[in-house]
Design a protein around this ligand. Structure first.
Ligand code: CDP
Ligand code: MG
Length: 767
C-alpha cells in the first residue's frame, strides 16, 4: 500500500484572546432571584457569593483555595494536580469571557475544538456560578453516547474531588448513578433528558441545561433543541448552552435567534491544534481492516514515538483487529527488540464495560529493556473517539473512511445499522485527533479522489434517517400534536412522520384523531420501543408477563452468544442444547432461566459460550423494568401449564410485533414480509426448527442479503384475532398471502376444533 502526502493542515496554535474583563460587573443585581434558599455560611468558601453573580476572580480564588466549596472538605493532592493540567486547557484560559457571556445571555452557543475542555470544564464553571447545591437545583450536560456520559462524569468527579455518584453523577438508560438531593452536576444521555421532559415539561429541577455534541445532530438532541427553545420563553431563569465541536455554529445561532432576529451569541474558544499531514492511498483498498492493520504495523516499525488512533466500525471488527495487531506486534518485537518497542492495542466501543473503557487513558507500555525503543499505545475505536472522547498522546490517526450509521427505510419500516462511508466533516474531525499535543499524521485508507468526489460534506442529521415512532409518542405525551409545525432544526420527511403515526395507531397508542390513548400514555413511560412496551403492558392478559419481561430484557442487550473463531463447532453445539424449537424469543427466555438457576456457578456462562456481561445486563434491565411494571400496576403473572405458556407468550409477542411478520407459502423456500412485500431468509443464527408458515421477527438485517433475525413461529389465527386492524384482509393485495389469510378466516368462522378448543381451554384455565 502506498500513501501520498496531499495536504498539510495549517491551523497553527493561535494566541488566545485577551480580554479586559478580569472582574465582570454584576449584571442585573436588581433582579435578585427569590429562589435562593440556602446561603453559604461564613466559614464556607462561597461566603458572600450570590448565584449567577459570582465573578471569575472569586471562582479562581475558590478553585485555588484549600477547601472544596461543594463539600467543605479539604482538597486532596490529586485535586491540585489535576487543577494544574486543567489550567492549560483553552476553555480554562477563557473563563472570564465565558462568565461575561453566560451572565449576559439566556442562551449561548459555544464552539471549540475537541479536547479544548468544553465537556469537562464548562459544566463546572456553570456550577460555580449557579451554585445549584444551594437551591436544590441541578446543572446537566447531555451526551449522545452512553460511554461519554459515564467516562466524563468519572473524570469530572475526580476534577471536583468528589466520589462519582454523589455530587457529580451520570444517568443513562437503565443506569442511574446519581443521588437525589446530593447530585447537582449530572451528565446524561440526551435520550434520558428527553424522557425526563415528558414527566416534567418545564424541567424545573435544572438551573442550566447544557446540550453537548450538538454537531452530532442525534435525534434526541434535535428534539431537545426544539423543546428548549420553547421552554426558554416560559422559564426565563433557565440558562441553556449548546456546545459543538465543529466550527459551523451559525445554524444553531440562527435557530436560537433572539427576538429581533439577531443570531444567538457565540462563545468561541480558539483551537490549539498542530498541523496534521494527511496521506491518502494511491489505490482503493479492497479490505480496509487489512489495510488498517498493515498501516498500524508500518507506523510502529518506522515512525517516531507517539500513540495511534485507528477508526473502525464495530465491536466484532475491532476485537478481531486488536487480536491480530497485538499478535503481529508481539512477534515483531520478539524478533527485533533492539529496534521495535512494545505495543498495547486497546479496543474502544460503546458496549465495552466501564473498567475496560478507562484503559484508553493508560500510558503507553514501557520498554522492557534499555535497548528497546519506547512503547506505543494503539486505540482501535468506533467513531466514539471522533469528538466525544479525547485521548491525549495521539500522534497518528488511521481513518478507514467508514462508520456504522443508522438508516431508516420508511417503506419497509426498518431501521438498520449499516457500515457506510463517513462525511468529509467526519474525516476532518478524525484527522484533527492527531494534532492535539504536537504535529501529527493522518493516514486515510482511501484515495484522494474518493474523498473529493464521493464523500458527502456533512453527515445527515439522525432525524432524517430514523424511525420516529418513539419520538412521536414522546412528543404526544408532551402534548405536542401538531408534528408538522413543531420547530425542528431540520424537519423530518413527512413520510417518516406518517409511518410513525400509523404504527402508533395500529398499536392503539394513538386513536384515529391522533389523540393519545390511556394505553399510549403508559407505553410512553417505558424506556422501550413502542412495540416492546405494548407487548409488555398487555402480557398479563396472556398470563405470561414474567416471561415477556425477561424476553424484553434479553432483547435489550447486546448479542449474548459468543462464537470464538477456533471453537465455532463447540459454540454452536452449546447453543443448540439451549434452543427451543418454536423460536428464538423462547430460546432467549430459556437461556435467561438457566442462567438464573446457575447464578452461583461462575463458569456456567463461559461453559455455554454465553456472554456473562450481556446476561448480567439483562438481569439488571429486567429488575428495572419490573419496577416500571409495579409503578403502573401491571401484574407479574405466569401460568403453570408449560405447553400453554409457550402459546401464550407467542400470542403476546403478536400483540406488539404483528407488523414484523413474514409468510412462506406451501412448497416455497423464501419468506415474504407482510404488507410491504420483501423476500427474506431466516438468518443463519436462527434456531427455529421445522417449516413454519408464519414467523414473527425482531430484526430485519441487510448484510449479504435480506434476513430476518430472532424469529418465532406464530399462528395466522392470532394475527387476525389480536391485530384485526392491521390484518384487515381487504387491505391485502390479491395473491398468495391474502388467499392464505382468507382460508384461515374461513376456518375460524366455521366452529372448528381450533377455536372451540381454545375457548374451552381458556375457560378452564380461568376457573
Ligand atoms: O469536550 P472537549 O472535547 O472540548 O474536551 P474535554 O472532553 O473536556 O477534554 C479536556 C481534557 O480532559 C482533554 O485533555 C482530555 O484528555 C482530558 N480528559 C481526561 O483526561 N480524562 C477523561 N476521562 C476525559 C477528559
Ligand atoms: Mg466534549
Amino acid at each position: 500500500m502506498i500513501f501520498t502526502i496531499v495536504s498539510l493542515a495549517t491551523s497553527m496554535p493561535t494566541k488566545r484572546n485577551k480580554n479586559s474583563y478580569t472582574n465582570a460587573p454584576p449584571v442585573g443585581l436588581e433582579k435578585l432571584q427569590s429562589s435562593i434558599t440556602v446561603t453559604p455560611s461564613k466559614a464556607e468558601p462561597f461566603y458572600g457569593s450570590l448565584p449567577r453573580h459570582v465573578t471569575p476572580k472569586q471562582v479562581k480564588k475558590v478553585m485555588d483555595g484549600s477547601i472544596n466549596p461543594f463539600t467543605n472538605q479539604p482538597f486532596t493532592a490529586q485535586y491540585k494536580r489535576i487543577l494544574e493540567s486543567r489550567k492549560k486547557l483553552p476553555v480554562y484560559t477563557q473563563m472570564e469571557e465565558f462568565y461575561r457571556m453566560f451572565n449576559k445571555n439566556q442562551i449561548l452557543i459555544m464552539v471549540g475544538e475537541t479536547g479544548s475542555g468544553k465537556t469537562t470544564q464548562i459544566p463546572q464553571f456553570v456550577c460555580y456560578t449557579d451554585l445549584p447545591h444551594t437551591k436544590g437545583k441541578l446543572v446537566c450536560c447531555t451526551q449522545p453516547r452512553r460511554v461519554a456520559a459515564m467516562s466524563v462524569a468519572k473524570r469530572v468527579a475526580d476534577e471536583m474531588d468528589v466520589p462519582l455518584g454523589k455530587e457529580v453523577g451520570y444517568s443513562i438508560r437503565f443506569e442511574d448513578m446519581t443521588e437525589p438531593g446530593t447530585t447537582f452536576l449530572k451528565y446524561m444521555t440526551d435520550g434520558v433528558l428527553l424522557r425526563e421532559a415528558m414527566n416534567d415539561p418545564n424541567l424545573t429541577r435544572y438551573s442550566t441545561i447544557i446540550l453537548d455534541e450538538a454537531h452530532e445532530r442525534t435525534l434526541a438532541t434535535d428534539i431537545l433543541m426544539g423543546l428548549l427553545k420553547n421552554l426558554a420563553r416560559r422559564r426565563t431563569d433557565l440558562k441553556i448552552i449548546v456546545m459543538s465541536a465543529t466550527l459551523d455554529a451559525l445554524k444553531f445561532q440562527k435557530y436560537f435567534s433572539l427576538k429581533q432576529g439577531k443570531p444567538a451569541p457565540l462563545f468561541k474558544v480558539p483551537g490549539r491544534t498542530y498541523p496534521v499531514e494527511v496521506f491518502y492511498t494511491r489505490e482503493p483498498q479492497l479490505d480496509y481492516v487489512e489495510a488498517a492493520m498493515r498501516t498500524v504495523l508500518m507506523i510502529h516499525r518506522t515512525e517516531d514515538p507517539g500513540d495511534i488512533l485507528l477508526f473502525l466500525t464495530g465491536e466484532e471488527e475491532i476485537e478481531d483487529a486488536c487480536r491480530k495487531i497485538q499478535a503481529e506486534a508481539d512477534d515483531l518485537q520478539k524478533q527485533d527488540p533492539g529496534s521495535i518497542g512494545p505495543l498495547a492495542c486497546i479496543p474502544l466501543y460503546s458496549s465495552l464495560p466501564p473498567s475496560q473503557q478507562q484503559r484508553i487513558f493508560d500510558p503507553p507500555p514501557s520498554s522492557r529493556s534499555v535497548i528497546s525503543p519506547p512503547g506505543r499505545k494503539v486505540v482501535v475505536s468506533t467513531n466514539i473517539a471522533e469528538t466525544s472522547l479525547t485521548i491525549d498522546g495521539i500522534v497518528y490517526v488511521i481513518d478507514s473512511g467508514f462508520s456504522k450509521q443508522k438508516l431508516y427505510n420508511p417503506r419497509m419500516r426498518v431501521e438498520s445499522l449499516l457500515v457506510s462511508p463517513i462525511s468529509k466533516a467526519s474525516a476532518q474531525q478524525r484527522a484533527g485527533r492527531a494534532g492535539r499535543t504536537r504535529p501529527g499524521k493522518c493516514y486515510r485508507l482511501y484515495t484522494e479522489h474518493v474523498f473529493m468526489t464521493e464523500l458527502e460534506e456533512q453527515t445527515h442529521p439522525e432525524i432524517l434517517r430514523s424511525n420516529l415512532a418513539n419520538t412521536v409518542l414522546e412528543l404526544a405525551k408532551l402534548g405536542i400534536k401538531d408534528l408538522v409545525r413543531f420547530d425542528y432544526v431540520d424537519a423530518p420527511a413527512p413520510e417518516t412522520l406518517m409511518r410513525a403515526l400509523e404504527l402508533l395507531n395500529y398499536l392503539s397508542a394513538l386513536d384515529d384523531e391522533c389523540n393519545m390513548t390511556p394505553l399510549g400514555a403508559i407505553m410512553a413511560e417505558f424506556p422501550l420501543e413502542p412495540q416492546m412496551a405494548k407487548m409488555l403492558i398487555v402480557s398479563p392478559k396472556f398470563n405470561c408477563s414474567n416471561e415477556i419481561l425477561t424476553i424484553v430484557a434479553m432483547l435489550s442487550v447486546p448479542n449474548i452468544w459468543n462464537r470464538p473463531i477456533f471453537m465455532r463447532r463447540e459454540a454452536d453445539s452449546a447453543k443448540r442444547s439451549l434452543e427451543v424449537p418454536e423460536g428464538d424469543h423462547l430460546t432467549l427466555l430459556n437461556v435467561y432461566n438457566c442462567y438464573v438457576q446457575n447464578i452461583h456457578n461462575k463458569r456456567w456462562a463461559w461453559d455455554n459460550f454465553l456472554s456473562q456481561r450481556s446476561l448480567l445486563q439483562a438481569n439488571n434491565i429486567r429488575a428495572q423494568l419490573k419496577r416500571y411494571m409495579e409503578k403502573f400496576d401491571i401484574g407479574l403473572i405466569s401460568t403453570r401449564d408449560e405447553i400453554q405458556l409457550y402459546v401464550n407468550i407467542r400470542q403476546a409477542l403478536v400483540c406488539g410485533f404483528f407488523m414484523q411478520v413474514a409468510h412462506k407459502g406451501a412448497g416455497e423456500v423464501a419468506y415474504v414480509t407482510v404488507k410491504v412485500p420483501e423476500v427474506v431468509s431466516l438468518h443463519p443464527s436462527c434456531g427455529l426448527s421445522g417449516e413454519s408458515e408464519w414467523v414473527l421477527f425482531d430484526e430485519f438485517v441487510l448484510t449479504g442479503g435480506a434476513y430476518v433475525r430472532t424469529v418465532t413461529a406464530v399462528k395466522p389465527e392470532w394475527l387476525l384475532e389480536f391485530a384485526p386492524k392491521y390484518y384487515d384482509i381487504n387491505s391485502f393485495p390479491n395473491g398468495k398471502m391474502k388467499n392464505a389469510l382468507l382460508q384461515v378466516q374461513k376456518n375460524m368462522r366455521t366452529p372448528s376444533l381450533s377455536i372451540g378448543a381454545k375457548k374451552k381451554k381458556n375457560k378452564s384455565k380461568n376457573k
